[in-house]
Design a protein around this ligand. Structure first.
Ligand SMILES: [Zn+2]
Length: 789
């Protein structure tokens, strides 16, 4: 009997010995308490159940109860969302780690900026101690895209397992990592989507997207804001999470369309933006590959890597310029929370893979069938725990890589190497103050952790003169790569598929913020003398006439540019009203209304709205011919109609203007500009270009390019009514930053025109003058157009 017991004891020791033999055994984590609430205890259903969504209040209630019951979870509010909802984060780790969070923040701060460790000779020795003691910091962000409901629901499942499980693997994760879990980066959208879903549940419209942007101003573009930081949610995340914790790993959980792979994981498809450190590429390749292998080993099907999603833009990847890898995951969607059934032959290829063919970066094949919200949450939670396992098992390696990135960033630049940029600042009224746009750019750099200094003395450099106190951005600092990425022009590679067709970028191709803001930068290759001095606050200049008596057209089909337009108007303190399809169709405009803006949207959507039968009848129909007639009368009676980008096509077609879009219908091999910064020239004698330089920029993306038609009888107005205000140069290359194919086709063609019609006028922008609230350089064109300038 005794012997038998002893043998059992030996068996027990051998089973748990990997656990006991870990090099750094800590105290056992307190046994899971039976009173740790499960999500279903609070929600009344298990996250991932068909047709069930949780309200934001319930999510908060769950995390509060988890915090109260578990010593592994610390839950806090970090601020308020755009619409006033709590923006929250759970910090999850072993209790002894949670008791020393400030120590771990300090370790992160020192490794991120090795200058703080002292001279080069002692840095590595000091760092070795920190690498031994630090934890892998993992930020998990859910729900930035609110109709991708799987991730905010999964956040509760992830937190519950971490808080309640005593599996050795979970214990290891808790000891070796500190997990920052954001249940939603867009809390407002949780309820916008839930309310619409619940309202349409059981109707013909069940599972449709809500007919409003799920972020008040940006909609889906809320994850394109990670270098301009315009929105409060971005600011909170950067200020209170990234810049405090400098996570080595950011897991950003998304969903993609229904008909492609079941799951995407990094590595990313080409191209990689050249300022992303090689250690970041190595890190996301290793971790993504580990996760994909783990998913396949666990029996998951339809997993792809190295496809569809690129690593080109800082707009989606703050961490790539701040020492951390971004592990994007994209799980196939169902219809919000409603299951779907997909036949194998309905599956469609994406960039660099075909879900019907097994290849090195895709497989095993998923043969179709039902796809439930539960499939989504299971993919997400399994992937997240694989990520955490790697973060835990390779703790020291993650910290070392992070330290190497910091060390490389701060090293003095060699002679002849790019040293940095000067941002010339001129004296005004006896003070050296940046202009509004310079100030904005410098504030953005500062928010991104970049140190901006000031020139110690007036400088002549390569034929240019700079006043003392001009701003100087040296690149040898922890986040110099972030500054470089947004201060230089982008040269997007000319990527083609085997048939010679351009491979579309995942998003846009340019992110040169200095260009977008019209702020001059001068690169320099010799060290310059400077003062360590912060660029102080200045008074932001704004437009004088705020009462433009304008209305913004809001289509029944939500469009992000409408949201960005509202944001830009409010940011510039312009009062405006909103006018919808039904009001325009009725022809009853607010008395005194002088201008209407139609944001960027396809012409057909503006005209027709949702197709009949796809949404409730009151939302279908668009402007229709009644709306066109009412707008025409509005203009002929003296009103101004301002059309942005693709909305210009709507005006040309519907008002029979003597203009032609010369790039309409051209194949990409002939003309292609997928989100780039182009050069335009302006007639500054025209009031719309008042105050502008003769040469400026245009954000071109699905943009029309105009040619005035002098012959033809089908037009409502003669060609002499068209005034070209902005055009592409006849001689200079139109491309300033990004990617442009077929640029010679647009040389000398118009980019901004005014057409008088009756007593009023129509102003057509062949670009987006307020692109994502970044193109401050062209704001004056829009506001001059609105103010009757
Ligand atoms: Zn998404």
């Amino acid at each position: 009997m005794r012997k038998h017991t002893f043998a059992l004891l030996l068996l027990f020791v051998s089973l748990v010995s990997p656990f006991l033999e870990r090099p750094n055994p800590a105290q056992p984590i307190a046994a899971a308490q039976s009173n740790i609430p499960a999500p279903e205890d609070v929600l009344g259903f298990r996250p991932g159940d068909d047709r069930k969504l949780a309200s934001w209040a319930k999510v908060i209630e769950y995390f509060e109860k988890l915090d109260a019951a578990s010593d592994r979870v610390k839950f806090e509010e970090l601020g308020k969302s755009t619409m006033g909802a709590p923006f929250v984060m759970a910090t999850i780790s072993a209790p002894e780690n949670l008791a020393r969070l400030d120590d771990y923040k300090k370790i992160q701060e020192l490794l991120a900026d090795p200058r703080k460790l002292g001279s080069l000779s002692i840095r590595d020795r000091k760092a070795a101690d920190l690498l031994a003691r630090g934890k892998t910091i993992v930020l998990i962000t859910c729900g930035i895209h609110s109709d991708e409901v799987g991730s905010y629901l999964s956040s509760m499942l992830i937190a519950h397992r971490l808080a309640s499980s005593n599996e050795p693997e979970i214990q290891d994760i808790l000891r070796n990592t500190i997990i920052l879990l954001v249940p939603s980066l867009n809390p407002d959208g949780v309820d916008i989507v839930k309310n619409w879903y619940d309202k349409t549940l059981g109707t013909a419209y069940e599972g449709t997207d809500p007919p409003e942007l799920y972020h008040k101003y940006t909609g889906h573009d809320d994850n394109r804001d990670w270098y301009a930081f315009t929105q409060v949610e971005t600011q909170i995340t950067v200020d209170k999470i990234h810049n405090v914790w400098h996570p080595q790993i950011v897991h950003d959980i998304h969903q993609q369309g229904e008909y492609g792979s079941r799951l995407f994981l990094p590595p990313y498809m080409q191209p990689v933006e050249p300022n992303v450190p090689k250690q970041i590429v190595a890190g996301y390749t290793e971790l993504g590959t580990f996760m994909a292998q783990g998913m396949r080993a666990a029996g998951f099907k339809g997993v792809t890597t190295n496809s569809t999603y690129d690593a080109w833009s800082p707009s989606r990847a703050y961490s790539h310029y701040h020492g951390g890898v971004r592990i994007l995951s994209e799980t196939a969607s169902c219809k919000i929370a409603t299951p779907i059934n997909i036949k194998f032959d309905e599956l469609r290829p994406g960039q660099n893979y075909d879900p019907r063919k097994e290849t090195a970066n895709f497989g095993p094949i998923w043969h179709g069938g039902e796809w439930h919200l539960r499939d989504i949450t299971t993919n997400m939670t399994t992937a997240a725990f694989l990520l955490l396992k790697h973060a835990s098992q390779n703790r020291e390696q993650w910290l070392r890589r992070f330290y190497e990135i910091g060390n490389e960033a701060v090293r003095p630049r060699r002679k002849g190497e790019l040293q940095g940029f000067v941002i010339p600042i001129a004296s005004r009224s006896g003070l050296t103050l940046p202009s509004t746009n310079e100030y904005r750019l410098l504030s953005i750099l500062q928010r991104g952790g970049v140190e901006a200094d000031r020139l110690a003395a007036p400088l002549k450099y390569r034929g240019e003169s700079f006043e003392a106190l001009s701003a100087i951005i040296n690149l040898n600092q922890p986040y110099g790569a972030f500054a470089k990425a947004i201060l230089e022009a982008q040269h997007y590679p000319d990527l083609r598929d085997s048939a010679g067709h351009p491979i579309a970028p995942y998003d846009v191709t340019a992110h040169s913020l200095s260009m977008l803001m019209g702020v001059k930068t001068v690169a320099f290759v010799e060290p310059l003398a400077y003062h360590k001095m912060k660029v102080g606050p200045t008074i932001l200049g704004r437009f004088d006439d705020k009462e433009f008596h304008v209305a913004l057209y809001k289509s029944s089909v939500p469009t992000m540019d409408e949201g960005w337009s509202r944001w830009s108007l409010e940011d510039q303190q312009v009062r405006y009203s909103v006018v919808r399809d039904t009001e325009i169709r009725s022809g009853k405009f607010r008395p005194g209304l002088r201008g209407i803006v139609i944001p960027d949207q396809p012409a057909r959507t503006i005209l027709n709205g949702y197709r009949s039968g796809t949404m409730p009848p009151e939302l279908t129909g668009g402007l229709g011919q009644d709306g066109v007639k009412a707008l025409r009368e509005f203009v002929e009676d003296g009103g101004t109609l301002v059309c942005l980008n693709r909305a210009s096509d709507f005006a040309i077609e519907q008002f029979k203007l003597p203009l032609r879009n010369v790039v309409a219908g051209l194949p990409r091999t002939e003309f292609y500009v997928p989100g780039s910064i182009l050069r335009i020239e302006l007639d500054t004698t025209n009031p719309i270009a008042k105050g502008m330089p003769k040469e400026s920029i245009a954000w071109a993306e699905d943009s029309p390019v105009f040619e005035v038609l002098t012959t033809g009888s089908q037009f409502n107005v003669p060609a002499s009514n068209v005034h070209v205000i902005g055009w592409y140069s006849r001689v200079k290359d139109p491309l300033l930053s990004g990617w442009l194919l077929g640029g010679s086709r647009i040389k000398g063609k118009a980019a901004l025109v005014e057409v008088t019609m009756g007593k009023g006028r129509i102003i057509l922008f062949g670009f987006r003058p307020q692109y994502r609230a970044q193109s401050l350089a062209t704001y004056p064109l829009l506001f001059n157009a609105l103010s009757g300038g």
